[in-house]
Design a protein around this ligand. Sequence first.
Ligand SMILES: Cc1cc2nc3c(=O)[nH]c(=O)nc-3n(C[C@H](O)[C@H](O)[C@H](O)COP(=O)(O)O)c2cc1C
Length: 443
Amino acid sequence: MTFVKTTLSASRYGARVATHAARSCLAAARMMITATDSAADAAATPDDLMALLRASGLAPLRLGGRTLLPIVQGGMGVGVSAHRLAGSVAALGAMGTISSVDLRRHHPDLMQRTNDLPPGKAATQAAKLAINEANIEALAREIRAAREIAGGRGLLAINVMRAVSEYGPSVTRALECGIDAVVVGAGLPLDLPELARDHPGALLVPILSDARGVQLLVRKWERKKRLPDAIVIEHPRLAGGHLGAAKIADLNDPRFEFENVIPQSLAFLRAAGIEIPLIAAGGIRCFEDIARVQALGAAAVQLGTPFAVTQECDAHANFKRVLAQARDTDLVEFISVAGLPARAVATPWLVNYLKAEPKLQRAAHVKPRCTLAFDCLAQCGLRDGLPGWGQFCIDTQLAAALRGDVKKGLFFRGVGALPFGDQIRGVRELMMRLLTQRDAVTA
Ligand SMILES: Cc1cc2nc3c(=O)[nH]c(=O)nc-3n(C[C@H](O)[C@H](O)[C@H](O)COP(=O)(O)O)c2cc1C
């Protein structure tokens, strides 16, 4: 099967040398906490975690006037990172991220409102408006609930994909709700400074994958007199979900290696007299991975998959099981309906879709309307009949994964064995594990 490309193990990256400072602090970290004691891990407070961080030799993330754990939970749609996960991460003194996409799926009353819409062409526009309205209301509810959990600790972000049609309204509503940070990926958010003009205190964080992208975006934003507050550098060969490369064949391009993109981006920023923290994302699984990217100059890391398999993750237990039990050899890369490469677990629906893909792409044609009437993407391969793009309804498949339908769902996942293997543990335990060196961990 030519479309299935086996991905590489992240352990290749994780095994590299930790910083000298991190090593010398090992004894202190051991004295403070026994990383194998999961009851102790579950009870750890934000102060315990900060003390563990200090003893570990890793640097904290300074962002928005706060000192945070250098661990960011990446936004995961549809509904995978909603208020519970994002709020729990923020409550521990890190940055938690709600994904903005189709959040009504967590609110039965909003689903009911949009399920009962009349069918037919004439009703399509009304249906679209009703679904978008429901999603905006759900977004406000999720931000409110996450803030309650966070209790003023850490930072709360919203992740909005540039490729979604409700990008602008979602950013605006989140800002009106007082979100701390707006994180935008899946496209270049060149217009984000304008969208956030009335919110000068909000943190703006684009997701990019190479130094050229960093340079381009910073130069354009400079002209608008606003700079990113941080930049996520997401590795297309390692991350889950949509990937920041134009083609599947580009995923292995050396320009995406952290060893290249982080020093190159920092050199550009230094030469321009600008200081912006870089956050490395994709395949980060352990303390040594964090130490390695901090040694390259990154300020922090962003993780998706390890947070998606926590107890606090907002998805169904089956969703977590599929991700936790998948091995790198179970992952496939394909072109999504957004026209970008994506990485997911080869579950039954995806395997069957990929078998049918050449035929579906040959038959691609413009449809009179979106399958779900809400045009979630600004440009959709299925609706717009774009032959080289995916030919499936992404919202339908991601929503199936969210509710734990293993046969029908699309399960995005990043590369690499997870910190607790196939076990589902809590966010606190995950944080403790990430802040503890491998040779201090025996379970
Ligand atoms: C299930 C899943 C859904 C994701 N959805 C989004 C998304 O909606 N927007 C986005 O910018 N990134 C998304 N991502 C990427 C993550 O935010 C994160 O950057 C990435 O997963 C990091 O790689 P890792 O999974 O190897 O840790 C998703 C990742 C996963 C695993």
